[in-house]
Design a protein around this ligand. Sequence first.
Ligand SMILES: Nc1ncnc2c1ncn2[C@@H]1O[C@H](COP(=O)(O)OP(=O)(O)OP(=O)(O)O)[C@@H](O)[C@H]1O
Ligand SMILES: [Mg+2]
Length: 265
Amino acid sequence: MSGISLNVKGLGVRYGGTGSSFFSRGEGVWALKSVSFSMCAGETLSVVGESGSGKTTLLRSLLGLVRPTVGEIELWGRSLAAMTDDERLAVRRRCGYVPQDPYGSLPPTLTVLGAVIEPWSIVRGSRGETRERGIAKAEELLLELKLPEDLWGARVKYSLSGGQRQRVAVARALILDPEVLLCDEPTAMQDVSTRGEVLDVLIARVRRGMSMILVTHDLLLARQAAKQALVLYRGEIVESGGTDELFERPSHEYTRSLLAALPRI
Ligand SMILES: Nc1ncnc2c1ncn2[C@@H]1O[C@H](COP(=O)(O)OP(=O)(O)OP(=O)(O)O)[C@@H](O)[C@H]1O
Ligand SMILES: [Mg+2]
């Protein structure tokens, strides 16, 4: 375990409206309020919370896709806000992202293989890599994620189910061997068996040193996939800690209600 790769200090994001006080009246929605946490290289963090609690906004802020209204985000010791566009792009390429919506986020006109290779094609020149190596890596990932081979040449737009699209999105996010993977509900459209397959792929990467932030509604997955968790409620962290401790002895009422809602056998 090495130094801090991610440090979030007092992050607040407001959509619409003006001013930077959480208490300012009027228009706008504070999607995140006073969010602070840090992560070291190789660590794993699950982010859970009800719909609208700010999970996607958090991931998008970390990637520089949403600008913080207040607070600061540091990646590998550098303030995201202070970076030049080139520096931000370089940092962005160290992060993989599995967006929440596998329908809107994949390039619809590409084939499955084309969609997975696309990030590789963009950077391979600067990394001195070949297209053939990219194809081999993409095929390896699709095999690992158990996407049927007869779909590899099919167009994303016409031929894939939601769960299959999600697996393509995971492969696409992993092809550049990210140091940090940000996943937004990566298994929401999987059935029980394919969910396990996706989880195995993610865990194998974590064992090889990748850090991961996993957003999920699935508390079992949150516990299986990560050592640490934080619970968001209306844009604020209401509880955080080790996943085992947190889900066995939740202290906040909201976390208790999440756990109470789990189906029991
Ligand atoms: N682009 C936007 N413009 C305005 N408001 C937004 C925008 N994106 C999100 N919000 C609002 O910010 C809040 C947090 O949204 P966010 O998408 O981060 O929640 P979430 O926890 O990811 O929810 P879900 O579990 O449904 O995906 C919500 O109240 C939402 O309405
Ligand atoms: Mg979301």
